[in-house]
Design a protein around this ligand. Structure first.
Ligand code: GDD
Ligand code: GTP
Length: 412
């Protein structure tokens, strides 16, 4: 029997995803019509041997309960949300709930960062891990560019055995272009290594020079780094699509890839002109004269009126796009409305297509001159854009009723 653990952090994480994470926790933000971590759940539930999925985070249970109930019903697998009393880090939460992971004596468990997206090759990862004697953890790795690699966990591997000899989390200077994807398979004995790491933390805390929260543990720094070079840590390199979901721009990028991966779920019943890939929720109302796609997700209860054009965007539940409006490289928040003949447009922040292995750059909001970097346009929940206005590369916080056009601005 196998289990899976999904780490989702809490309200203090995922701040670069604001304002999209102000009313929906980031792990539940819909990408290609499914909440971000539903893609993880789906990948785990596909494995017959995976009997339980534990979601660990510090969001309150009320935020997660409905989702967990819905998922358990849909995928016929045991799913539970375990709430950390405070953010314990990527390792602390897992260690705190170790008895829940060990219950039923699974052979191994998958560990998945909730903020990545990929076509999770879990079966391959499991087979790879099974074949390695003494392996405690196998990391799914991928190639990044030299410059970008330093923003991830970097690994050096023995070429034959794939045993990780060196692991550095977000190094200051270049170490390796093989990076950690935040997807792992772990044997239960890893909890012994975690117990040692935990003990060291306690010793440091009581001698007065440790982290202010002694329960805090970094999976990467306190567990993976010490395991490197012991023949207990392995890396399986994949070349499939993989990306982090950190900024709102990366949601548009992930949307495109998940739509492509799950073509079977994409638009079936809309009567308008559809340029694939498009997901339209069955409860959305779309005028037959609208043109939608490519790479668009339309949420539940959305109304799209005559002559509307939408491409490369996500439109969230119950939003209204009025006659002849254009929406491009944007996220339209829940209950928001875009007026007739208005233009809501952003700039994509895709990986550089000319650089092999380039990933999304999670560029900061402002550049060094203090100017807003061009990015996708985001309308927060219940924002109203009047008729005949232009909104370019702007972020509008929830509930704002705009009265004019804006370019390159954050509208509070
Ligand atoms: N439960 C819980 N508690 N989850 C947490 C906590 C916590 O205190 N802190 C972070 N997480 C979750 C986040 O929600 C996210 O899904 C995941 O753990 C990774 O945490 P981050 O702190 O955001 O790390 P990162 O994304 O910058 O880097 C990690 O992922 C990269 C790949 O995306 C590292 O594992 C890197 O080595 C890796 O390359
Ligand atoms: P994740 O997306 O889940 O990693 O969480 P996050 O978005 O909250 O990101 P994190 O806290 O890791 O910070 C992201 C980047 O923003 C880092 O480079 C931080 O140094 C920077 N940062 C975070 N908070 C602040 C802040 O208040 N001011 C400034 N100037 N930078 C910040």
């Amino acid at each position: 029997m196998l289990k899976a653990v999904i780490l989702i952090g809490g309200p203090q994480k995922g701040t670069r995803f604001r304002p999209l994470s102000l009313d929906t926790p980031k792990p539940l933000f819909p990408i290609a019509g499914l909440p971000l971590i539903q893609h993880h759940i789906e990948a785990c539930a596909k494995l017959e041997a995976c009997k339980e999925i534990l979601i660990i985070g510090s969001y309150t249970t009320s935020h997660m309960q409905q989702f967990v109930t819905d998922m358990a019903k849909e995928y016929h697998v045991i799913i539970r949300y375990l709430q950390e009393f405070t953010a314990l880090g990527t390792g602390g939460g897992l260690y705190h709930f170790r008895d829940q992971v060990r219950a039923g004596n699974p052979t191994a468990f998958f560990l998945l960062n909730g903020d990545v997206c990929a076509d999770f090759p879990l079966k391959d990862l499991w087979h790879f891990h099974e074949e390695k004697p003494n392996a405690l953890v196998t990391i799914m790795g991928t190639e990044a560019t030299r410059q970008q690699s330093v923003h991830y966990g970097c690994m050096v591997c023995e070429s034959g055995s794939k045993s990780v000899t060196h692991y550095v989390e977000k190094p200051n200077s270049y170490v390796s272009t093989l990076i950690n994807c935040g997807v792992y398979v772990c044997s239960l004995q890893v909890f012994h290594t975690m117990a040692d790491a935990f003990q060291k933390k306690q010793d440091r805390f009581y001698s007065g020079n440790g982290h202010s929260n002694p329960g805090y543990m970094s999976w990467e720094q306190d567990v993976l780094a010490p395991l490197a070079g012991t023949n207990k840590l392995y890396a399986m390199q994949v070349n499939n699509w993989w990306s982090q979901v950190k900024t709102a721009g990366s949601a548009i990028y992930a949307n495109r890839h998940y739509l492509e991966l799950h073509k079977e779920r994409t638009c079936t019943n809309a009567t308008c002109t559809v340029l694939p890939d498009v997901f339209v929720h069955p409860t959305a109302t779309v005028d037959p004269t609208a043109v939608i796609g490519p790479n668009v997700s339309i949420g539940a209860g959305v109304t799209i009126k005559a002559g509307v054009r939408i491409k490369e965007s996500i439109v969230l539940n119950n939003a209204t796009i009025n006659e002849h409006a254009l929406v491009m490289y944007s996220v339209v928040g829940q209950e928001a409305s875009v007026g007739e003949w208005s233009r809501v447009e952003g700039t994509p922040s895709d990986p550089d297509p000319n650089k092999p292995f380039a990933k999304m750059d999670n560029t900061p909001l402002f550049n060094t001159d203090g100017r807003l970097n061009p990015s996708i346009t985001i309308l927060g929940a219940s924002v109203v854009v009047p008729a005949e206005t232009i909104l370019l590369n702007s972020i509008v916080l929830p509930h704002k009723h705009l009265t004019r056009s804006f370019k390159h601005e954050i509208i509070l």
